[in-house]
Ligand binder design. Structure first.
Ligand SMILES: Cc1ncc(COP(=O)(O)O)c(C=O)c1O
Length: 406
């Protein structure tokens, strides 16, 4: 059986596409397109691979799944059941994490916007760390922690120095003096960790090394100012697991380790916050060609409202109606939003002949598609979770109405 898109859970057996152990045809007899499918076993394998690599490279390693990649409750449950903590940026994700039974000491929370309620809920539940992107949030946290008679552990997100990034704190003179003053005046907070997340879809060691350099430089600045940090958090940024096989992941982990040693970074714990690597290649769309243009372009019945460019997925397209025929003729794919900007892919390799009604498999759509999706007035797809030769429906637009958490 031939693998499709390098994914061991997607196979082509003569003319039949097998999803894990389930013939896709059996699903398409029951469900209309567009349909979204998640592969439970692939998520579990991706997590196992990631943990194997990083646990064998770093001995004080902890991992937090970045909920924003995909916060479908069933997906988060699978990730948590593998022993992974949660990295969340807002209150809805936070409440979901608690509802799923994730232990607060496995939750780190925070982002560019820290509303009072998120701080309060985090502190009263005793979460592991609050992540701060804005030094003015420190006083707010301190005041709430004081009310609860607690000392809250803090992670400072520093600016990763990537291009023109505005995210995180730049430790210039002004901010350093602000930070030192806040620490002195805020006994109910303790700065434990620094975080730098460089970007997403990083597939070479250099980007990971640059991120570590940022951490090293910031640690020096902090220690010169009498601020000593226990833990380093290197964020996420790994591509889909099919794009970065375990061997390459291992090489990157070793390069990271060497870079950390080169800069002589001393830490108690090292954290990572992967999102895409765990779930990206575990998500598929089954779509349909609804119009064939004359110059090698087609419209599919999905578009950027559900498969947004913002998600930066490594999209792959397969003609399910001719899965055995070679895919080496360029074709452009348009979506169904009524704007010429709704382009899913330009000049992607596909079958020579194609027809209206042909079913199309789109792979690597498990991360950021649903979370960046918008409310364009089309019905959302049904979502199935496949495991071995079983499946169950985990989202029904008629019942759940919307993919957002509230
Ligand atoms: C701070 C932080 N951590 C982790 C992630 C997860 O990134 P990825 O899904 O690329 O692993 C992001 C994504 O934007 C992030 O901003």
């Amino acid at each position: 059986m031939k693998k499709i898109a390098g994914n061991p859970y997607l196979k082509n057996d003569k003319n039949t596409v097998i999803i894990d152990d389930l013939p896709l045809e059996s699903l398409l007899e029951k469900y209309e397109t567009p349909l979204m499918i998640f592969l439970e076993n692939r998520i579990r394998d991706n997590i196992t691979n990631f943990i194997d690599v990083f646990e064998s490279t770093f001995n004080k390693f902890e991992c937090f799944y970045s909920f924003k990649a995909n916060y479908l409750p069933e997906i988060c449950k699978i990730v948590y059941s593998e022993g992974i903590g949660a990295e969340i940026i807002g209150l809805p994700e936070f409440e979901l994490a608690l509802k799923l039974g994730i232990h607060p000491n496995k939750i780190i929370a925070g982002g560019p916007y820290l509303p009072k309620e998120l701080i309060e809920r985090s502190i009263e539940n005793n979460i592991k760390e609050l992540i701060v992107y804005n030094l003015n949030d420190l006083k707010k946290i301190n005041d709430i922690a004081k009310k609860h008679n607690l000392v809250q552990d803090i992670c400072i997100r520093v600016n990763s120095q990537k291009y023109n990034s505005k995210l995180g704190i730049t430790l210039n003179e002004e901010n350093l003096s602000k930070l030192t003053n806040k620490i002195m005046g805020c006994p109910n907070i303790k700065i434990r960790t620094i975080l730098s997340h460089y970007t997403t879809q990083m597939n070479n060691s250099d980007q990971f090394k640059k991120n570590i350099k940022t951490i090293a430089e910031n640690l020096i600045i902090l220690s010169k100012n009498g601020i000593y940090i226990d833990n380093i958090n290197l964020g996420g940024g790994f591509p889909e697991a099919t794009v970065m096989p375990q061997k390459q992941l291992k090489k990157i982990a070793l390069d990271m380790k060497m870079t950390i040693e080169k800069y002589d970074i001393d830490y108690k714990k090292i954290y990572f916050e992967p999102g895409r690597y765990f779930v990206g290649d575990a998500g598929l769309f089954i779509a349909k060609i609804i119009k064939v243009g004359s110059g090698r372009w087609v419209f599919l019945n999905i578009g950027n409202h559900i498969c947004p460019k913002f998600a930066r997925c490594s999209l792959r397209f397969y003609n399910l109606s001719q899965i055995n025929i070679s895919h080496k003729h360029k074709l452009s794919f348009f979506g169904i939003m009524p704007t010429d900007q709704d382009v899913l892919a330009k000049d992607y390799f596909f079958t020579k002949n194609l027809n209206e009604g042909d079913k199309v498999l789109v792979t690597n759509v498990g991360a950021y598609t649903l979370t960046f999706s918008n409310r364009f007035p089309y019905p959302l797809p049904k979502i199935l979770l496949v495991k071995n030769d079983n499946y169950r429906q985990i989202f029904d637009p008629l019942v759940h109405h919307d993919i957002s958490i509230y």
